[in-house]
Ligand binder design. Structure first.
Ligand code: 5GP
Length: 193
């Protein structure tokens, strides 16, 4: 998606260890117009899939997921990374290793929000090694829900996430695909969604 790749070229910053910082417009300060356009684009791509819920993980998945859910006219659920005192219902839980924070956390969603009738679109800001997506897939599987697809804003294609998800026969669509982050420079795979 040209608006996103242009914005990454303008405001993205490459940190060491293959990490891209996009806190000007996605992960800290949010550009609502761009986020709205990206949510709509993901909704368009998955329009034929009869999605009933959009599911993501806090914190930076929430913004794209809510715009995608609004465009699809379905609810959005975000998995929590720490248990809230108000979560007194039965929980679906999975362990996720965080690529950027280098810690393992237990993610959870209240069981009442997902069921075997649901056809889920997973949305996240980044796809790196696929651990966040894998944890969200596990939560959906525990509820008996079907994962119809995964919509990602920025895929780091030099990491293993896409392969991991495709091996589970789940379609992955990324709005920007990065082939390398060498020498402070972002290189894109050209056929973006
Ligand atoms: P994965 O689980 O696919 O390895 O990593 C995905 C999660 O790690 C995303 O939810 C995202 O928050 C974070 N992440 C992975 N790579 C990057 C990156 O290069 N930059 C930023 N800002 N976050 C990242």
């Amino acid at each position: 998606m040209k608006e996103l790749t242009d914005r990454i070229k303008e405001n993205g910053r490459v940190l060491g260890e293959g990490v891209l910082k996009v806190d000007e417009f996605i992960t800290h300060q949010v550009d609502p117009e761009l986020m709205d356009a990206m949510g709509k684009r993901l909704a368009e791509v998955f329009a034929e899939k009869k999605i009933t819920k959009v599911v993501t993980i806090e914190a930076s998945g929430i913004a794209p997921a809510v715009y995608a859910a609004q465009a699809l006219k379905v609810p959005m659920i975000f998995a929590r990374k720490s248990k809230s005192l108000t979560m007194d219902e039965e929980l679906l839980t999975a362990s996720v290793y965080s690529f950027t924070k280098q810690v393992t956390s237990t993610i959870s969603i209240s069981r009442k929000f997902l069921s075997a009738e649901d056809n889920v679109l997973l949305v996240d800001d980044f796809l790196a090694n696929g651990q966040a997506a894998k944890g969200l897939i596990e939560l959906c599987q525990q509820a008996g829900a079907n994962v119809a697809g995964i919509g990602i804003l920025i895929e780091k294609s030099f990491q293993d996430g896409r392969q991991l998800i495709e091996d589970m026969d789940i379609p992955v669509v990324s709005l920007a695909r990065i082939s390398s982050l060498h020498d402070g420079k972002v290189t894109f795979i050209e056929e973006d969604a």
